[in-house]
Ligand binder design. Structure first.
Ligand code: NAD
Length: 428
C-alpha cells in the first residue's frame, strides 16, 4: 500500500487519525488505539541442518483485544519489518470489527526466507516461535493463522508445539489447519465468495442486476478464482483476468469479449495462479499487457493480486463506464488514487470489508474446534453469507445516511465498535 518511501504503520495511523477526528474520539481512546497494546520481539535460535546455530528474529503484535482474543496471521519473509507487522495488526482489529466477529487484531512474523530453508529447519523455526511466545498467545488470548509464505503444515507444527508445552489438546489455538486436522470446510472458497457476497449487495444498492454487468480482474489466484466462480453463478461476465507469468517475469491479461471460461483457464493454469500464455492463445484468448485490466471498458473492477496497484500515476486509466471497485486484495489503492476514485463517484467496497470472508471463516474454524464439532460446507458458506451481507449493509446504510465515502463509513463503524468496547471495559 502507499506511494514511495511508504511506512505501513505511519499510514495505518494516518487513516486512524482521520476517522478519530470524524468520530471526535477522546484523547485517551486515540492514544490507546493508535498504538498496539503489546509488541513482542523474540530471538529464535535454530539448529541448522549443517549443525550450526542461526538466530532468527520474530515478532508478535497484539494491537487490540477489547472485543475478544486477538487474531492474525504469521508471515515468513526476508524483508519483514516490525512496522509492517504493527500496521497489519491494526488493520486486523478493524477487519474483525467491521464484520462484527468477537475478535481483536494481531499479526506476527519471522525474518526468514522459506525458499532457502529445509522443511526440518522451517519446523524448528515454527516450534521456536511458539516456545518464545507460548505464554502470551492461545485460544483465549491470541490466535495465529497462515499468511505470506506460511502454510497449513507450519500451522500444524505450531499447534503441536503449543499442545506439547501445555499438555493438552487445543485445536482452537491456531487456524488455517488442513480439513480433517481441525480445518474448516469452505475456507478455500471463503475470501473469494465473501468478495462476491458484498459485490452482490452493492449492485442491489446501485440498482444493477449482476447479469447486466461485466468485470475485469487483476489476479487469478485463490481469491480471484472463487470470486469469478460465484460472480458467474450470479450471471455476471468476466471479460478479462490478469496474472503473473513466471517464465517471462511480467504480467499478462487474458481477454474474451463475451466472457472468459473459468474452468477452461483453470485447466491451463498452475497452482500459483499463473496461466499458460501459449495455451491461452490457442484457446482464442486475446493476450494483452498486465496493466490493461485497469483500463478495460467494464462495470466492475476487482483488484485481487497485490497491494499498491491503483495509484496517482494510473488512476486516470479507469474507464468512464466503471461504477464499482471491489477491493479483494489488501491495500490495492493508494491514498492519492483513492481521493480521485471518491471524487469520480465510483462506488468502492474497501479491502477490509470486501476480503473479510477469510478471517470470518477462520473464526468459524476456531468455533468448530472449540466445540469439537464440524459443520458441513453449506452451513459454513451460509453463515459466511449472513455475516458478510449484514456487515456490508451496516456500512452501506451509514454511508448513505451520513453521505460518507464507503471506506470512511467502514472505518467509522469498525473504530467506533472497538472504542466502545475499550470504554465499556473501563480501560479509558
Ligand atoms: P494467490 O497467491 O493465490 O494469487 C495471486 C495472484 O496474483 C496470482 O494469480 C498471480 O499470478 C497474480 N499476480 C501476481 N503479481 C501480479 C501482477 N503484477 N499483475 C497481475 N497479477 C499478478 O493470492 P490470493 O490468496 O488469491 O490473494 C490475493 C490478494 O488477496 C492478496 O492481496 C492477499 O493479501 C489478499 N487476501 C487473501 C486472502 C485469502 O484468504 N487468500 C484473504 C484476505 C486477503
Amino acid at each position: 500500500m502507499g506511494e514511495k518511501n511508504y511506512n505501513a504503520f505511519a499510514m495505518a495511523q494516518e487513516q486512524f487519525d482521520k476517522i478519530a477526528e470524524k468520530l471526535d474520539l477522546e484523547t485517551s481512546v486515540r492514544e490507546l488505539l493508535r498504538e498496539p497494546l503489546r509488541e513482542y520481539h523474540v530471538s529464535i535460535p535454530v539448529e541448522m541442518d549443517d549443525g550450526s546455530v542461526k538466530v532468527f528474529k520474530g515478532f508478535r503484535v497484539q494491537h487490540n483485544d477489547a472485543r475478544g482474543p486477538s487474531k492474525g496471521g504469521i508471515r515468513f519473509h526476508p524483508l519483514e519489518t516490525i512496522n509492517t507487522v504493527k500496521a497489519l495488526s491494526m488493520w486486523m482489529t478493524w477487519k474483525c470489527s467491521v464484520v462484527d466477529i468477537p475478535l481483536g487484531g494481531s499479526k506476527g512474523g519471522v525474518i526468514c526466507d522459506p525458499h532457502n530453508l529445509s522443511p526440518r529447519e522451517q519446523e524448528r523455526i515454527c516450534r521456536g516461535w511458539v516456545r518464545q511466545l507460548a505464554k502470551d498467545i492461545g485460544p483465549l488470548v491470541d490466535v495465529p493463522a497462515p499468511d505470506v509464505m506460511t502454510t497449513n503444515q507450519h500451522m500444524l507444527w505450531m499447534l503441536d508445539e503449543y499442545e506439547t508445552i501445555h499438555g493438552a489438546k487445543y485445536p482452537g489455538f491456531i487456524t488455517g489447519k488442513p480439513v480433517g486436522m481441525g480445518g474448516s470446510l469452505g475456507r478455500t472458497e471463503a475470501t473469494g465468495y465473501g468478495v462476491v457476497f458484498t459485490l452482490r449487495e452493492a449492485l442491489k444498492g446501485l440498482g444493477l442486476r449482476p447479469e447486466d454487468t461485466s468485470a475485469s480482474i487483476q489476479g487469478f489466484g485463490n481469491v480471484a478464482q472463487y470470486a469469478i466462480r460465484l460472480y458467474n453463478q450470479l450471471g455476471g461476465t468476466v471479460k478479462l483476468v490478469s496474472c503473473w507469468d513466471q517464465q517471462d517475469q511480467t504480467a499478462y491479461a487474458y481477454k474474451k469479449e463475451d466472457g472468459i471460461d473459468l474452468d477452461e483457464l483453470l485447466s491451463i493454469s498452475d497452482r500459483f495462479g499463473g496461466i499458460d500464455r501459449v495455451k491461452a492463445e490457442g484457446k482464442g484468448y486475446e493476450v494483452l499487457s498486465g496493466d490493461s485490466w485497469l483500463s478495460e471498458d467494464v462495470d466492475i473492477l476487482i483488484p485481487a493480486a497485490l497491494e499498491n496497484q491503483i495509484r496517482a500515476d494510473n488512476v486516470d486509466k479507469i474507464s468512464a463506464r466503471v461504477k464499482l471497485i471491489a477491493e479483494a486484495a489488501n491495500g490495492p489503492t493508494t491514498p492519492a488514487a483513492d481521493t480521485v476514485i471518491s471524487e469520480r463517484g465510483i462506488f468502492i467496497i474497501p479491502d477490509f470489508l470486501a476480503n473479510a470472508g477469510g478471517v470470518t471463516c477462520s473464526y468459524f474454524e476456531q468455533v468448530q474446534c472449540n466445540m469439537n464439532y464440524f459443520w458441513e460446507k453449506d452451513e459454513v458458506l451460509g453463515k459466511l453469507d449472513l455475516k458478510m451481507t449484514s456487515a456490508f449493509r451496516a456500512v452501506y446504510e451509514l454511508a448513505v445516511k451520513k453521505k460518507l465515502y464507503m471506506r470512511d463509513a467502514a472505518y467509522v463503524i469498525a473504530i467506533d465498535r472497538v472504542a466502545e468496547a475499550c470504554r465499556a471495559r473501563g480501560w479509558v
